[in-house]
Design a protein around this ligand. Structure first.
Ligand code: C2E
Ligand code: CA
Ligand code: CA
Length: 842
């Protein structure tokens, strides 16, 4: 208790004898103080002027009586007891006893002034001893008690009358009544002041303070009366008084302590009930509030794990740098684990001791449990959000998953104008399974993550990118008409979506570097465009997947949903079984044969066998619609054998007719990873007695088989047999260039897309030119596919291309027409000494 501000905050709430707490700040309180002081002074002077007589009994002189009364009043204050009421403290003194004695010793009229002086004297001494300066507080306290004395004196004097004697019952009744009035007035003033200061309900304060004060009041009255008796009848017994007073003092103290303890535990129970909270911050805040209340603390600090500190002060008043008063710090532990520390700066040193420390310890543990619960709660909440996140996200790529796409997407669709065009894109990585198979799952995961990154990188605002399955991604485009386009609304949104799909494809097809291996992922995309109000997202995804299947069937990068295809698309499930039937039916699967010619002369240089399916129900099917089925449905072996047989048998036919033209057979790239393929080929050749080099196998390089050791083995096996190898669709596949430099090839077939775009696209032309040069360097024939016009033929000739195939020369023909057609073409060709085929490196 050294700093002045501490004085103001502690003693401001200190009210002597439950009376007059001198409080600074509140103007209501200040007004009350001034009023009380003026009234006390006025009554004090009036009392001295009135000719009052003390009850007869004591022999001491008047002056001695006044001095004695002064001493008794002062002593009653000095021997005060203080107890805490919340953050404040109330002093209870021996005021009633002092009144009874004073009334008997001095002329009653003097009592108000004596009380004023005695209380002021005692309290000036107390504050001076404590090195405090609180003149205003002391004066107010003295004035309050003096008012109490005035009231008490008036009542007692009225009852006892001027001629009363000390020993009389009436006098004693008068004294008891006076003491009661003294209690009521001082108590009333104290409650009023406390209520004004604290904004707490006066009723609450009154009940609490009265509870503490009443037993003391009874004791005080008894002490007063018995002292008067002893003084009158046996002054020698006064020797026993200190012991009696000491015992009483102890009893009071005990009583007050019990009271305070009860209050603490009540507040404790209240506080701990509010401690539960879902987060540490909430618990800490409740803990601080509770501790301020429970301990009447000036400041409370909660330190969690030495990492986070929560501090609360009782008042907004600036606190001194070093906190005064007793400090109790206790570890907060739960189940033996230290959660942190609780530090409480007690406001009032009146009641320091074991029970405060006990309470702080217990409070710390309650707080620890609550903090522990909150931490568990927070962890649970985190886990919850994590689970929720994982529920809607694909763990590998972090993209939305199917469920999230459906939920968010449908919501978005509902929020859009019904007429607004929306699109769904479904992307499927071709041959992803082979990446996993050849490079391992880690590489597969890396590919998926890269693809996901690229897709999200391209996605615009509000577009949702999701991963639906292994290697299947979806993009929801809720705003097909972009800002740039909005000036001229697009009537036909599909081309725009397809353009967008190509952007995605381009991004995904950029080479991916995985542990030094460059991979190119081929991707097929199915798109569907609908108006927002027309379909649910689930249906849009289904349609996009129909389109995707179509893209794969047609071997194109992008396909748009075509409702006429949809009805039959469910049939594809029955296709494998039907194909199996067809393979044994003999008349369903037939070969169309398309001649390959010398560009300059038009003489036939080869014949390509193209499979057709005369489906009993669906009519004529082109290979695009069923070759994939053959590849996937476990039918590749029988299918390949079937085609080889038919092609070689046709070749045997025209060889028998004297035409030395090789037959070209398309080989599924899957056959290239089948180690038994070479033996199947040689067996077929043997069956049909065909010279191996009269068979050309057209292969396409794709990611699926690239770089696989098996492919190289199979190709080597085929070379050993002596068949020719042709690279089909040159320019479109994966690293065609790398392929042709690794494998000895006899023929390059330039994809028809380049031939057809050559006239308009310099890039296409460059590719054709490059293929021609490459072919020359490798000693391989270069065959231009899909030549439809004389102009294309001329352009190819100008580039130095030697062979071609296409409708311009001949459509694919049925087997029974091919011999005649070949003969005609050979005959029509101007005589030219050219080898029918340019043998590659032997
Ligand atoms: P491909 O090997 O590139 O075959 C050439 C395709 O182009 C054929 O389509 C042919 O009819 C078509 N074509 C020929 N000349 C022209 C032309 O001047 N203009 C246009 N626009 N097209 C022309 P088809 O028969 O539908 O075959 C498609 C694909 O199916 C073939 O492409 C080939 O990759 C595959 N395929 C065909 N038969 C078989 C087979 O027996 N086995 C396997 N595994 N695949 C086959
Ligand atoms: Ca081909
Ligand atoms: Ca081709």
């Amino acid at each position: 208790m050294t700093s002045p501000s501490a004085v103001s905050t502690v003693d401001a709430r200190d009210s002597g004898d439950s009376a007059g707490a001198a409080v600074r700040g509140a103007s209501g309180v200040r007004l009350l103080n001034v009023f009380v002081l003026i009234l006390a002074l006025a009554l004090g002077v009036l009392g001295v002027l009135l000719p009052t007589r003390r009850p007869e009994g004591f022999t001491a002189g008047l002056a001695a009586g006044v001095v004695l009364a002064f001493v008794v009043v002062a002593a009653g204050q000095l021997a005060r007891l203080r107890f805490r009421v919340g953050r404040g403290a109330v002093s209870v003194s021996w005021g009633e006893a002092a009144f009874i004695l004073g009334f008997s010793l001095a002329p009653p009229g003097w009592l108000p002034l004596v009380t004023l002086a005695g209380v002021a004297g005692a309290w000036f001494l107390i504050t001076w001893l404590n090195d405090q300066r609180a003149v205003g507080d002391v004066v107010h306290l003295a004035a309050s008690l003096s008012l109490g004395a005035s009231g008490a004196t008036a009542v007692a004097y009225a009852i006892a009358g001027p001629g009363a004697r000390v020993g009389e019952t009436r006098t004693q009744i008068a004294l008891i009544a006076g003491a009661t009035v003294y209690l009521l007035i001082t108590f009333g003033l104290a409650v009023l002041t406390l209520a004004l200061h604290r904004d707490a309900s006066p009723g609450q304060i009154a009940v609490r303070a009265l509870h503490a004060k009443l037993p003391m009041f009874v004791g005080n009255v008894l002490v007063g009366l018995s002292t008067v008796y002893v003084l009158l009848h046996g002054p020698q017994w006064l020797v026993a008084m200190p012991a009696v007073l000491w015992l009483l003092q102890r009893a009071y103290r005990h009583h007050l302590r019990a009271e305070e303890e009860r209050r603490i535990w009540e507040a404790f129970a209240r506080a701990t009930r509010t401690l539960g909270g879902v987060t540490e911050a909430v618990v800490a805040a409740a803990g601080l509030r509770g501790a301020l209340d429970v301990f009447g603390a000036r400041r409370v600090e909660i330190d969690v794990a030495g990492e986070r500190r929560y501090v609360a002060d009782a008042t907004q008043e600036p606190m001194p740098g070093s906190m005064p008063g007793p400090v109790i710090t206790r570890a907060m532990t739960v189940g033996g684990t230290r959660v942190g520390d609780l530090t409480v700066w007690l406001a009032e040193p009146a009641m320091p001791g074991a029970q405060d420390e006990l309470a702080v310890s217990a409070y710390a543990d309650a707080l620890a449990a609550a903090l522990h619960d909150a931490a568990a709660n927070e962890r649970l909440a985190l886990l919850d959000t994590q689970v929720a996140y994982e529920g809607v996200h694909d763990p590998l790529t972090g993209l939305a998953n199917r469920a999230a796409l459906l939920a968010d997407g449908d919501e978005m669709l509902k929020s859009l104008d019904r007429d607004r065009p929306v699109a769904v894109m479904l992307l499927d990585l071709n041959n992803f399974r082979d990446v996993n198979g050849t490079l391992g799952y880690k590489a597969g995961d890396a590919v998926l993550r890269t693809v996901a990154d690229r897709l999200s990188g391209l996605a615009r605002e509000r577009e949702i990118v999701a991963r639906l399955g292994d290697d299947e991604f979806a993009v929801l485009l809720p705003t097909v008409v972009t800002l740039a386009d909005s000036a001229t609304p697009v009537r036909e949104p599909l081309p725009q979506v397809v353009r967008r799909a190509r952007e995605f494809i381009e991004a995904v097809s950029e080479p991916i570097d995985i542990d030094g291996v460059r991979l190119v992922t081929e991707v097929a995309v199915g798109v569907v465009v609908e108006t927002a109000g027309c379909a649910e997202l689930g249906e849009l995804i289904r349609r996009a997947s129909v389109a995707l299947d179509q893209a794969k069937e047609l071997n194109v990068a992008v396909a748009a949903y075509d409702s006429t295809r949809d009805a039959t698309s469910t049939d594809h499930l029955s296709l494998p079984a039907e194909l199996l039937d067809a393979l044994t039916a003999d008349d369903q699967l037939v070969l169309a044969l398309q001649p390959e010619v010398d560009l300059e002369t038009g003489a036939p240089t080869g014949v390509e066998a193209l499979i057709r399916w005369h489906h009993p129900r669906r009519g004529l099917l082109t290979p695009d619609s069923f070759v994939r089925t053959a590849e996937n449905g476990g039918l590749l072996g029988p299918f390949t054998r079937y085609v080889l047989d038919r092609a070689l048998s046709a070749a045997a036919g025209w060889a028998a007719a004297g035409l030395d033209v090789p037959v070209s057979v398309n080989v599924s790239s899957r056959s290239l990873i089948d180690p038994t393929f070479p033996s199947q080929v040689s067996e077929a050749l043997r069956r049909h007695r065909i010279v191996p080099d009269r068979l050309v196998l057209e292969v396409t390089e794709s990611l699926a088989v690239s770089g696989s050791g098996v492919v190289d083995e199979v190709l080597a096996g085929l070379r050993e047999i002596g068949v020719q190898i042709s690279v089909d669709d040159f320019g479109t596949g994966y690293s065609s260039l790398a392929f042709v430099t690794r494998v000895t090839i006899d023929e390059l077939k330039v994809d028809r897309s380049f031939v057809q775009e050559m006239a308009d696209s310099p890039i296409a032309e460059a590719i054709v030119r490059g293929a021609v040069e490459l072919g020359a360097r490798l000693g391989a024939r270069v065959v231009a596919e899909g030549v439809e016009t004389a102009d294309q033929r001329a352009a190819l000739l100008a580039l130095g291309c030697t062979s071609a195939q296409g409708y311009h020369f001949s459509r694919p023909l049925p087997a029974d027409k091919i011999v005649v057609a070949l003969r005609q073409m050979a005959d029509a060709a101007p005589a030219k000494v050219v080898p029918l085929r340019a043998d590659g490196a032997s």
